[in-house]
Design a protein around this ligand. Sequence first.
Ligand code: 26V
Length: 880
Amino acid sequence: MTDKSKDDELLREAQHIAQMTRHYVIANFAHTLEEATDLEVYQALSAAVREKVMMHWTATQQSWAKARTKRLYYFSIEWLPGRFLANNVFNLASMDLITAVLAILKRQPQQIISQEEEAALGNGGLGRLASCYLDALATHKYPAIGYGLRYQFGIFKQQIRYGNQLETCDDWLITEQAWGRQNDLHSQYVKFNGELITNLNDLGEEIYSVRNSDLVRATAFEFPIVGYCKEDYSAVLSLRLFSTANSPTNFRLQDFNAGKLDSASELRLLTDVLYPSDLTITGRKLRLYQEFLLASAGVKDLVREYRLLHGDDLKLLSDWVVIHINDTHPALAIPELIRCLMKNEKISWDQAIDITLMCFRYTNHTVLRESLEEWPSEMIQNHFPVHARIIERLNQTFCDSIRKKTQSEEMVRRMTIITSDKKVKMAHLAAAYSQYVNGVAQIHSDILKRDLFADFAALYPNRFLNVTNGVTPRRFVAIANPQLSQFITKLLGSDDWIHNLSLWEGLKPFIHDRAVLAQLMEIKHSNKQDLIQFIHEERERKEGMPIPRERISDEFFDGNALFDVQIKRFHEYKRQMLKCLHLVMLYFEIKENPSTERIRRVALFAGKAAPSYYIAKCVIRLIFMLARKVKNDPIVSRFLRIIFVENYNVTHAMRIVPAADVSDQISTAGYEASGTGCMKLAMNGALTIGTRDGANIEMEEEVKRIAGPEFWPFGFGASADQIHALEKSGDYDPIHIVEQHPLIAKAMHALLSGEFAENEIEHQTLLDLHDNLLKGAYSSKADRYFVLQDLPSYYETQKQVEKLYQDKEKWAQYSLCNILSMGKFSSDRSVKEYADKVWQIRPCPLDPMVITKIDEEFQSSNVCNVPLSAQETFLKKHVS
Ligand code: 26V
């Protein structure tokens, strides 16, 4: 197609969607377009786009049913899909379409798109990864379904008041939902509580059921996940989220009548809140209920779907079904599947175990001991007696097999699913009954085999794999950074990279092209301006009054500075504290030598701390104090600014990432399983200052392999092995480091003296941070995460950063070399690896006959199908 006819087609489609939008504004809101609010236009436009999505969705589901292919069921208790409208339009057509539609409707695209509350149904990396994978699965037409929970309140909204993190409710459902809709075909009843009943089946084996249980209705809501596809029909997958909120069945009227209000609503509230922590959850009944709800409703739904497609013989389940559990949170799906299988009289215990083992796969996402789930078996017994009994038997069977294999009681003791103090180790349950177990970066997978699953790996060496994480280049490059995308497309002569990121290597010939490098820096500068604009708008919205743009712009040196960003959850192991101490050191350095030539730097932080994580909240408060100090200092503020962007979420990431020059990936080596922000930032041209941890290691390998060794210049700090050795020896003494480095001593002393504090509470915060590093708090050791150990080398490496940044052209060259080496970190590569090595599933194209039939049926009944001649008249009138 020529450019001209492409443009014509785009305009025609834009006109059609604009027409539908007008129609929906009147039909749904009783407003004409002129009267309609931005929210109404957003809703109506979503409804119009949704029609096309629905056609593709129908075509996908019918094609896959017809082809009878094996399907992936991806269970995750967290999902972070981000806003849908723009993503769906981009993946179906192009961003230009939305721009054209809104030009016809005379509305500002950003104003309309930002009406959508993002579905923030996760804490961080694990939830966002699941969403990146669903995007890639859809793009490459893999038959897959996502299961999760539809929390009424997602992760809390974060506000910073005088340095305090305040958490408020994320009421994302307050407006009518444009994308997620109830679909009762998939709703399920799930049984909680009650008494165990044991019977024998036809084979004379025990089967279990329950009496006097609570019947809970899990209502299914479905979100369409649209794959990227330009030439053809996009595949559209379902993200199926269960909720207990809407069903009247879940209300206990008798309890209400007896005045027991809490108990009356208990079941309706199960899916009210996402647990806002990725640390420990000790003995929270509600959390266990949520996990069970997801596991049971999901398994029941997939078994129902299987019967529909393949009949009642569940022995063949693993030919058609693969179940992935994203961390251990959905691991109760294992006993739930056993229960479903054994209900069928012809399946024995041993067969049920074989089938289950063939169906399940498990990804581990953390080595932090406190994040590994253990549930008291008494709790499982009290609420899920059938599953408790099945887990007991699973443990028995598993321990017997270990005993047989090793003749070692010690091995049995170490590998048992139920410990001697009666805790169920969910990681052991998942590892014992999954065909494959994987970590999320090579180093993490190695550590799993060495530590957490050492015994398992010794006995089942083929079970353990690595699949390094990846992120979607659609959302995080093509949509978030349109200028860079267009530039890359122009250089490569094609936009195929959007679904095949390895093509980026083709940018190599440009690394010495001065015009290209200059343009790359211009794009970065323009993205910084966009970020400033965005923050300005957010700030105005928050304060409810106009703020002079210059004031915000000035906080960012008008974008004429190095943007050094650390954006991620606040955790001690992620070491935001390390970056803070570096900023304190810079502060003193500048104060002492104000006349030294140096670069200007904006240090930008964003991220949430778990509400109960005291030290993490102290670090946020420290950032607030430092930002204030620097801003008010006439000398230091000439070179340094510190910014905290509140309420970090997917939408914010999409704004900050394209503007970053430096990406801080500074975890204690061995602790960050992979990290994914590191990939997004590097794809958008930021240079990584990072420890040799998680995916950083593989990013380094790729940059060195593809671009050359000099292009990964800012690695620093102790390796995972060195940290491991320090931990084992117990020799680490942070005070020794302070004594050796006068500037570090000065920074630490500033915490003690309260130099950055303006009141007693602030001073106490600084003291607590100081003591956490030098004395240790509660039962933990001083500086558990080796912040001071790596500070000198971070400080030196940041000097290298400053030096390189002085040579803008060279910096641009490094940036381009990093970009072009990131092909491996696309979620498309990860998903293909999973499909081949872990899931054994294949892409399944949409069936042309199905498409034709749906197209015809849809077009013949489409009320907004305006005749071509009328379209053209309309076009002439409205688009100049
Ligand atoms: C643990 C728990 C414990 C119980 C309470 C609720 C809860 C919620 C989540 C978690 C596990 C969080 C694990 C996680 O998010 N890990 C991150 O996964 C990313 C994707 O693989 C990876 O890039 C990050 O390095 C890893 O920290």
